[in-house]
Write a protein that binds this ligand. Structure first.
Ligand code: ZN
Ligand code: ZN
Length: 345
C-alpha cells in the first residue's frame, strides 16, 4: 500500500479475503488501512466470522449493505485501491457513490495480492500436500472399478464419492473423465457415453481440503494399447518429466513450458498440445503463476504449480499427465504420489 501510495485498499475477491483474514464465507468486503483492517459481512456469517477472522475487526452492517458501510469508513481517504480484475463496472460505480471520493483517487490494483499468494508458507504447502494425497488415494479406488462399458458419469460419480468418503471438503472443480475420442476435448464433461472396449480414459480431478486445492490427471488405457497409444503416452510422460526437470527457483515459467513442448513437437504432435504446461494452485484451482509460452514470471521457492502437458488427437483420444509440484530451494518436489507408467485396465 505504501509503494502504491494508497490510504486504503478495498479487497473484494473472496480468496484474497480468505488469504488475508481466514474468513471463508461467501459474502464479504475487506477494507485495509495502514495497520488496521475491517471485514464486512452479513448476519449469516456472524458466528463463522467470530471463529475465523484474525487481524481484522468484523462489522455486520444493517440491511446487509456492505458497500455502504465500507464506503462510509473510507470517506476520509483520498487514494483508495480497488482490485481491477475483480470489481464489476456496477460495483465501481456503487463504490464511487458510497465512498464519495473523486474518481481520480481510485487506484486499480492488478495481481498484487495474488503475487503475495504465489509463494506459499510452509503450512500452506502442508495443506496442499494433504489435499493432493487425499485425492491421489481416490485414484486407486477408481481404477479398481473402471471397466469398458461403464458410463463416464457413473465412473466420475464413483470417484467423487470415494473422495468425499475419504474426507474431502468438496471438489476443486468439475471432474473431467472422458473415454476414447471424447478425451480429445481438453475439458470434457463426463457424459452418458459408455467407456470404450479399447482406448484411453483421461481423468482430471481435484479436491478441496482445509481451503486448499489439489489437481491431478492420470490417463489409463482400457484393453491392449496399440503402437500409437503407447507412443503418444510415452511422449506425454517424457514431456512431463522434462518440464519437472526444468523446475527450479529462477527458471522462467516459459522455459518450463518450452521443455515440455519441445518433446511433443519433436515427436510430431506439437499441433495437438493446445494449452499451457501448468498453473499455480492454492486457495484457487488456477492461480499465479501460469506456465505458458508467453508467461513472463520466474519461478521462486515456495511456489506450488501443476505440470500437465497433453496430446489430443481429434476422433481418436487424448492423454494428459498432471502432478502438483513444489518449487524448492534446489529444484522441485513432486507431491502427487500416484505412479505414472501406462496403466492397462
Ligand atoms: Zn487438472
Ligand atoms: Zn491443472
Amino acid at each position: 500500500m505504501e509503494a502504491a501510495r494508497l490510504d486504503a485498499l478495498l479487497v473484494v475477491h473472496l480468496p484474497n479475503i480468505r488469504y488475508l483474514t481466514g474468513f471463508s464465507g461467501s459474502n464479504a468486503l475487506l477494507l485495509l488501512e495502514p495497520g488496521r483492517a475491517w471485514l464486512y459481512t452479513d448476519g449469516r456469517y456472524r458466528e463463522q466470522a467470530r471463529l475465523e477472522v484474525r487481524e481484522a475487526k468484523v462489522e455486520i452492517p444493517p440491511r446487509g449493505d456492505l458497500w455502504k458501510a465500507a464506503g462510509r469508513r473510507a470517506r476520509r481517504h483520498k487514494q483508495v485501491g480497488l482490485e481491477a480484475d475483480h470489481v464489476t463496472i456496477a460495483q465501481r460505480a456503487r463504490w464511487l457513490e458510497v465512498w464519495g471520493g473523486h474518481e481520480k483517487g481510485l487506484r486499480p490494483l492488478r495481481g498484487e495480492i495474488e503475487a503475495l499468494r504465489m509463494v506459499k508458507e510452509p503450512d500452506e504447502i502442508a495443506a496442499i500436500r494433504r489435499a493432493v494425497e487425499l485425492a491421489s488415494g481416490g485414484f486407486a479406488k477408481l481404477t479398481a472399478k473402471l471397466r469398458p462399458g461403464m458410463e463416464e458419469t457413473a465412473a466420475a460419480g464413483w470417484l467423487e464419492y470415494q473422495l468425499r468418503q475419504a474426507g474431502a471438503d468438496g471438489l476443486a472443480f468439475d471432474t473431467i473423465l472422458a473415454g476414447g475420442a471424447h478425451g480429445a476435448q481438453v475439458h470434457a464433461h463426463p457424459g452418458s457415453a459408455p467407456l470404450p472396449q479399447r482406448g484411453f480414459v483421461v481423468v482430471d480431478y481435484g479436491v478441496q481440503l482445509g481451503g486448499y486445492c489439489s489437481d491431478m490427471t492420470r490417463t489409463v488405457h482400457l484393453g491392449e494399447p496399440g503402437r500409437k497409444a503407447r507412443a503418444v503416452y510415452a511422449t506425454v510422460l517424457e514431456a512431463q518429466m522434462a518440464a519437472i526437470a526444468a523446475v527450479k527457483p529462477g527458471a522462467a515459467s516459459a522455459a518450463v513450458d518450452r521443455a515440455a513442448r519441445r518433446v511433443i513437437q519433436k515427436a510430431g504432435w506439437g499441433a495437438y498440445f493446445p494449452h499451457s504446461t501448468g498453473h499455480g494452485v492454492g486457495l484457487e484451482i488456477h492461480e499465479a503463476p501460469r506456465l505458458g509460452a508467453t508467461s513472463k514470471e520466474r519461478l521462486a521457492a515456495g511456489q506450488v504449480i501443476t505440470i500437465e502437458p497433453g496430446i489430443y488427437i481429434p476422433g481418436w483420444g487424448g492423454v494428459r499427465i498432471e502432478d502438483v509440484v513444489v518449487v524448492t530451494e534446489r529444484g522441485a518436489e513432486v507431491l502427487t504420489p500416484t505412479p505414472k507408467q501406462l496403466l492397462r485396465l
